[in-house]
Design a protein around this ligand. Structure first.
Ligand SMILES: *[C@@H]1O[C@H](CO)[C@@H](O)[C@H](O)[C@H]1NC(C)=O
Ligand SMILES: *[C@@H]1O[C@H](CO)[C@@H](O)[C@H](O)[C@H]1NC(C)=O
Ligand SMILES: *[C@@H]1O[C@H](CO)[C@@H](O)[C@H](O)[C@H]1NC(C)=O
Ligand SMILES: *[C@@H]1O[C@H](CO)[C@@H](O)[C@H](O)[C@H]1NC(C)=O
Ligand SMILES: CC(=O)N[C@H]1CO[C@H](CO)[C@@H](O)[C@@H]1O
Length: 641
């Protein structure tokens, strides 16, 4: 039997009370670390390693016993262990005396703080751990980035050495601000409750933050306002890292930063560069500068940077040479390269980074430990501050390739990422060509996927495209037969080629189904037609004694945002502050202002809106439909309690 991750989560949470959601997440993480090819399975011989990852230290004979018992009872005899099967084994063990051993091992892990059942923080006796160095790094970064924000005076600076970060997220302001910095203009500041914090206003801010985080592509499944209110460390750090990373990576994208074309290799097609993830581009950027320095290339931000030597050469290459507009010149002192002690060398390197105002995210220990996350952040910040890329030669390059993704593509991509698809989608069309993301999305809308029929990563070198095409064919077949989508003239080959028109046609139907699913759940029938939503909007507006109404999702009057604002005012009285809304004859700017306000308030009252203000101003019917459907979900929910 094959079970989707979502099902695992919901089944586990519902039926098996002994295992907490946090535990499940940790197991999931451990599982993913072993399941490097994302197949959804680990082999029986990997079981020992898996237990070690899950901080569950067992003697080898015990693991073999378990593996044998498992294989004997394995119904599908494939000698592979799915996540659900692993959880079952884990639970079985945990219910026995092993429980105590589990606690002890986890708290002995270096640099990791842990809360046991007796600490009072977790009443269920669950175990969470978090990396202290991440907390320190994020606190310093937030201190710096929010230092001058008047709304954060009560929070900043935080002390990196105590729990002040986890206390500071409580009122939601810090998260809202960080989201808005990572993706400017995501949250309308008029909507954040900054005065007189009460339980209610703080919860509102947190809901606004979480829904906005989803909208910019953070995975927030399994995190809610309560978790943030309680300052649950690993959840706070997990969310903050996603938010910070989106900001750090925002400009590591060729369409937003043409200078990156300089990284194009000889006889390399631009297409290839365009398909690279920000992490890959960042690595390419470092190696570009290391080449120029005559230093050996690095392969990743862990093993290969531990001795700080590559960093010295990188700093030397990117430091301003006095030829810029500001004529600032900073000469990197390279004498630290001669230092023999790794830790002292790392410190000397960081002092040079400090002269560039880039001593961020890492300590000498994080460098020596090869902490991948923090070193990636350190380098991304260096890139943002000093890209040091000359004007690229763009003759002979097809510049239309550089147009960048459309707003709609980005919204779809953010939506997928917020649902936690794996791997992260950086490019809507090229990342969907192997069919695997689409199949994961099917599970989110309850279309059953038989994973035995799916080819998993890594694809073989030879014939990989055939495997991917098979997945795409299966995805289209399921779309037609199971989901009953309208896919006339769409074949697996269109998805496999990355045809944007065909991919969008399929993805939109999945997103639509996802959006109206909440309505079906409430009991408005399996298929919610547009007309059902329009009628509800009209009726609700009428009941609320509002003048606005809509004829369709293309209705030009939507451009003012009045129908959205009136609807919010009806389903959540008091949420809209009338003086914030521009009424009367609206300029283009007024319309945009209303749309920003409307979307932020919608998120604040609990509607998970992915649409952007421009979608409302330009009346993009698809995105407009999702806005009204989300509000309908919110409105009906209130009625049904
Ligand atoms: C953290 O330490 C600072 C002093 O550096 C103190 O003002 C603050 O109250 C402490 N916060 C917590 C949550 O312990
Ligand atoms: C959000 O970002 C925009 C643009 O950077 C800025 O104008 C606005 O004041 C910010 N809002 C908040 C709440 O910080
Ligand atoms: C980094 O690269 C080295 C080889 O230089 C390799 O041994 C190591 O496993 C890699 N680490 C990660 C986290 O990818
Ligand atoms: C919506 O309501 C308005 C007025 O209440 C009405 O004129 C219009 O026909 C309605 N549209 C639909 C599609 O129901
Ligand atoms: C109190 C405290 O530790 N503040 C720090 C906040 O972050 C800034 C910038 O990194 C540091 O300079 C402060 O020391």
């Amino acid at each position: 039997f094959v079970v989707s991750v979502d099902n695992v989560y919901s089944n586990m949470e519902d039926s098996v009370t002994q295992i907490s959601r946090e535990d499940l997440e940790e197991l999931r993480e451990a599982f993913n670390r072993i399941d490097i090819d994302n197949s959804g399975y680990v082999s029986d011989f990997e079981l020992q390693e898996l237990f070690r990852e899950a901080s569950f230290s067992l003697p080898g004979y015990k693991v073999r016993e378990i593996a044998e018992k498992f294989i004997a009872g394995d119904t599908n005899k494939d000698e592979k262990i799915s996540f659900e099967e692993f959880v079952a084994i884990y639970q079985d063990l945990r219910s026995k005396e092993v429980r105590e051993t589990f606690r002890k091992t986890i708290s002995r892990r270096d640099g990791i703080r842990s809360f046991g059942g007796t600490s009072g923080i977790s009443s269920e006796g669950t175990q969470h751990s978090y990396a202290d160095e991440e907390k320190v790094a994020f606190v310093n970064w937030i201190n710096k980035t929010l230092a001058n924000d008047p709304d954060c005076r009560h929070l900043i600076p935080m002390d990196p050495n105590n729990d002040s970060l986890f206390k500071s997220v409580k009122d939601g302001i810090l998260l809202c601000k960080m989201i808005n910095l990572s993706q400017p203009d995501t949250i309308d500041e008029r909507v954040i409750n900054t005065k007189k914090p009460t339980m209610f206003t703080m919860t509102e801010n947190l809901i606004l933050a979480l829904n906005s985080a989803s909208a910019i592509g953070c995975t927030v499944v399994n995190i809610d306002a309560q978790d943030m209110m309680a300052g649950t460390p690993h959840l706070v750090l997990g969310l903050l890292w996603q938010i910070i990373k989106i900001g750090l990576f925002a400009d590591i994208e060729i369409s937003r930063n043409e200078a990156l074309i300089a990284l194009l290799g000889e006889s390399e097609e631009l297409d290839h560069l365009l398909s690279m993830s920000p992490e890959e581009l960042l690595l390419r950027w470092v190696n570009y500068h290391l080449d120029a320095a005559g230093w050996q290339q690095i392969r990743n931000f862990s093993e290969d940077i531990k001795d700080s030597r590559a960093y010295f050469h990188l700093l030397d290459q990117i430091a301003p040479k006095g030829d810029g507009d500001d004529q600032i010149q900073i000469t990197i002192d390279m004498s630290g390269l001669m230092e023999r002690d790794d830790e002292k060398r790392a410190e000397l390197m960081l002092r040079q980074a400090e002269r560039l105002d880039c001593r961020q995210f890492v300590t000498p220990q994080d460098i020596m430990a090869g902490n991948h996350k923090l070193n990636t952040a350190f380098v991304a910040n260096l890139f943002n501050m000093f890209p040091a890329l000359g004007r690229p030669k763009i003759n002979g390059i097809d510049l239309t390739l550089l147009e960048g993704e459309s707003r709609e593509d980005r919204t779809f991509r953010n939506w997928m990422n917020s649902l936690g698809v794996n791997p992260y989608v950086n490019h809507l069309h090229s990342n969907l060509m192997d069919g695997l993301i689409i199949l994961q999305l099917y599970e989110r809308i309850q279309v059953p996927v038989d994973w035995r029929k799916v080819n998993k990563r890594p694809f073989p070198v030879l014939g990989s495209n055939m495997k991917k095409l098979e997945n795409c064919n299966y995805a289209v077949e399921l779309g037609k037969k199971e989901a009953k989508f309208s896919l006339v003239g769409i074949g697996g080959e269109n998805i496999n080629e990355g045809s944007s028109m065909h991919t969008l046609a399929l993805v939109w139907q999945i997103m639509r189904r996802y959006t109206v699913k909440v309505l079906s759940d409430i009991g408005d029938g399996e298929k919610v037609k547009d007309q059902v939503i329009i009628n509800w909007v009209n009726n609700t507006l009428q009941e609320g004694r509002k003048d606005s109404f809509i004829k369709s999702f293309k209705d030009k009057s939507i451009s003012t945002s009045y129908p959205v604002i009136d609807l919010i005012d009806t389903v959540a009285p008091g949420a809209i502050k009338n003086e914030m809304v521009k009424w009367g004859d609206l300029s283009a700017e007024d319309k945009l202002n209303n749309a920003k306000y409307a979307i932020s308030v919608a998120r604040k009252i609990g509607a998970k809106v992915y649409a952007l203000p421009d979608d409302i101003v330009e009346v993009n019917p698809k995105m407009v439909m999702t806005v009204f459907a989300c509000l309908m979900g919110r409105g009906l929910n209130k009625v049904t309690g």
